[in-house]
Design a protein around this ligand. Structure first.
Ligand code: GLN
Length: 459
């Protein structure tokens, strides 16, 4: 099949199905067909780069030169970047075709894609359920076959949780593994970009294209990048014998863990054991404090990062106010949605002089303790395993007016970000409602190879 045929077929499918699912914010038909034609020429000349001609979708938080980038915010409606994010450059160099930009919770703040400033995205498995978030558009697009693979970003679970809810594979690489240059920052010390794909082989291929040091991102790690597809061969030749997996006892005792999720989790545990993995109980003693610490640190960083959206430099500007302060106020209260405003207010409060030590300072201490918990745990195991979310996807509207309940659903994913570790979510079954359930594996810094290998074995 030629890239033009593939892209044409997907554009037709987007036309017929995306009206209901609404995974995309922008579809770049012209650009996609033009790059597909170029890819076909390269293919005809014998170029066999793995991603050549493959149509991918990008979370609309990644800057794309000449293509609108909204962050699903009214604030950035009509903003067209002058440059590509490093990951977009890398994908283009690999010959991938950019199909369009996908929906998200505004500025990636949320767990259901209901906080988008434009429209909600529906779960392709059941249209009255959320696809998860914040990379809900990217996960739904892969699940509904509206692209071959996509990119998401993960600050506290936003790749792994929507991947889990949509029955696809999502990996958050180690902090620093993938350049954040050109990613609109939410919480800079936690954000990572990663792929969402149909299977683990595609994950390995995408990681090969995305990872690597970038001098334009000062937090980008200058470490060697392995060939991630070699982890698949390692599995074929050596299996998983000798691998040790830890189950954090604090994770399985959280309140509100759905019985289908628990069943699916233990089913995968058995499977790992039958593949020769030694499974044992471990402890991450500071788990109870993770959600509270995260929801101080992430909004604090967000309040600082979002200060640049002031009506002067980018996007939306209110023109009714009489003076400068009035213009700031009106621009921000009309341009940002409720959740983003809530985070800015919380973050500004936590960082303010009188409260810094009591909130932000404390939260960073808890973050160090969580990091130490993981370091200690990894002295005795290769991977740590857990559910991805306490329940399968919930109904649209169910948690919208209850931010606290929404925040609590991040319990299994956000510690990984606080410690900078890689984590993967792979499908491991379905609940009674038929909605997919994901299985999470976490590894030590820069050990994505272990995750790819184990995920390939389980798949
Ligand atoms: N749900 C979390 C939050 O709202 C995580 C979001 C993310 O990973 N971008 O902060």
């Amino acid at each position: 099949i030629s890239s033009v045929d593939l892209v044409t077929a997907l554009l037709e499918r987007i036309e017929s199905c995306d009206g209901e699912i609404q995974a995309y914010i922008t579809v770049d038909e012209k650009g996609a067909l033009a790059s597909a034609r170029k890819a076909d020429e390269r293919l005809a000349n014998g170029d066999s780069t793995p991603l050549l001609g493959i149509p991918v979708a990008l979370k609309d938080l990644l800057c794309t030169k000449g293509l609108a980038t909204t962050c699903a915010s009214r604030m950035l409606e009509g903003f067209v970047p002058q440059y590509d994010a490093t990951v977009v450059e890398k994908l283009k160099e690999s010959g991938a075709v950019i199909l369009g930009k996908t929906n998200l919770d505004e500025f990636a703040m949320g767990s259901s894609t209901e906080n988008s400033g434009f429209h909600i995205t529906r779960n392709p498995w059941s249209l009255d359920h959320v696809p998860g978030g914040s990379s809900g558009g990217s996960a739904a697009a892969v699940a509904a076959r509206l692209c071959t693979a996509s990119l998401g970003t993960d600050t506290g679970g936003s790749i792994r949780q929507p991947a889990s809810h949509c029955g696809v594979v999502g990996i958050k690489p180690t902090y620093g593994r993938v350049s954040r240059f050109g990613l609109v920052s939410y919480a800079s010390s936690l954000d990572q970009i990663g792929p969402i794909t149909r299977d683990v082989r595609d994950t390995a291929i995408m990681l090969n294209a995305l990872c690597g040091h970038d001098p334009r991102d000062t937090t980008s790690a200058n470490v060697a990048v392995p060939d991630f597809t070699a982890a698949l061969d390692e599995y074929e030749t050596q299996g998983l014998k000798g691998m040790v997996a830890g189950i954090p006892k604090e994770f399985l005792s959280v309140k509100g863990l759905d019985s289908d999720v628990e069943k699916a989790f233990y089913h995968s545990v058995k499977q790992l054991e039958s593949l020769g993995v030694e499974v044992k109980e471990i402890s991450l003693p500071h788990t109870d404090y993770a959600v509270a610490a995260y929801y101080v640190i992430a909004p604090s960083e967000a309040s600082s990062n979002l200060a640049r959206f002031d009506g002067v430099r980018y996007g939306y500007r209110d023109t009714e106010a009489a003076d400068l302060i009035g213009m700031y106020k009106k621009t921000k209260s009309k341009g940002f949605g409720d959740e983003v405003q809530r985070r800015i207010i919380t973050g500004t409060y936590a960082l303010s002089a009188g409260y810094y030590d009591a909130y932000y300072g404390q939260a960073t201490k808890v973050r160090s303790l969580i990091s130490q918990d993981f370091s200690r745990a990894f002295e005795g195991c290769d991977i740590i395993i857990s559910p991805v979310a306490p329940t399968p996807a919930f109904k649209i509207g169910e948690n919208v007016d209850d931010p606290l309940t929404m925040y609590l659903t991040d319990i299994f994913t956000l510690s990984t970000n606080m410690a900078g570790l890689p984590g993967i979510s792979i499908p491991c079954g379905h609940g009674k409602t038929g909605l997919p359930i994901g299985f999470q594996m976490m590894a030590n810094r820069f050990d994505e190879m272990a995750l790819v290998r184990a995920a390939y074995g389980l798949e």
